[in-house]
Design a binder for this molecule. Sequence first.
Ligand code: GLV
Ligand code: MN
Ligand code: MN
Length: 420
Amino acid sequence: MDFSAQSNISFIKQKIGDLEKITDQDNPYTRIVFSKKFYEARSWLKNEYQKLGLIVSTDDAGNLIGLLKSKTNTEKVVIIGSHIDTVPSGGRFDGIAGVVAALCVVKHIKENDINLPFNLAVYDYLGEELNDWSISCIGTRGMIGALNNEILSRSNSSGEILKDEIDKIGGKSNLLTKPFSIIENIVACLELHIEQGKVLEQKNIDIGIVRSIPSISRFSVEVNGQAGHSGTILMDQRADALVTSSEIITFVNKLALTLAKESNQHFVSTIGKINIHPNAAAIIPGKVEMTIDLRASSKSSRDQYIKELEKQIETMNQSGPCKIKMKNIAFAPYVEMDKELVKLFKVSSDEYGFSNIIMDSGAGHDTAHLSRVAPASMIFVPCMDGLSHCPEEYAEISDVSKGTAVLFKMVEKLANSNQN
Ligand code: GLV
Ligand code: MN
Ligand code: MN
């Protein structure tokens, strides 16, 4: 069944355009999980599912599902999806491109009355982006039983408890400690995403077929000094939490630079979130909270980094004026995509004549969690200047459309190989 990249362009453009309007107006493009705008976008998506004749439901982890049931009586399922939440001032394509592509694939299947030998489920995975509860990929962690009580009981800065928010959106937070039964029936989990890096654009390649996704470790760091008068406390009498924090920031960056060079594999570390207390110009900072975000493909480099960082903090605790506490708050392991699905994505892309490469992801994705329990794989499409997690994020609709065609071809191929 022909499904040319061209025929999808107007549909994809329109749906991405619809979603980009559902943003915090002062801060485009912002649609933080559980916010009013997020609920609004979910209503929009529910409506899109209904227009396509899909059965709409919310699973226990709060994922929004649109199900196209096979005419054959089967429990088998292929999942296609991504996420519609954003980071603050994030973009119009991260996650969104994948959900819209999935809608487009279903539209084509419905319009052409294609019967699949499996159910096809479109997923908006709940809260993929890192949020104020310091946990990303809520929906997929929930599906695989990786949300424990400590995480579910966390409060955000407004005092809202994560499990309450999951329940409010339709999930069942008391049922998230073991893998969902759907997992046994998954034939494949497929995700289209913008690359969020520069490889495809620089090499002028249409499709990146993902081979691996790096581990992600996050640490909270709390630096406790002593607040005091900025005019009276002399320089050698201070316990300035921000000054100590700046030493940690520099150390983290330098160490990551060294290990990235040494390991020759993906290795990056960032401190992008920092709270200073009391954050006033005439007061010596008494307390600082920061989050370290570490992504590594090599376990030994990750272990070495953590060891050296812990040693540095111990030294600073012994000799410096402030007390530093570091705690691991989130972890996702390094994963490889299903090899058969990677091959099938390559064949699907080749058949359209789209240039493609096998590549490693730098970002984290819901598919990383699902790949721990089921066959899963994803493709990337190019994005402008590799920019993402910023308002400038942009992808050509024609590029998203090519990826969508490959996604459809993949579903078609899985259908052919799963006929009874
Ligand atoms: C996902 O957006 C990530 O932070 O990698
Ligand atoms: Mn994403
Ligand atoms: Mn993201």
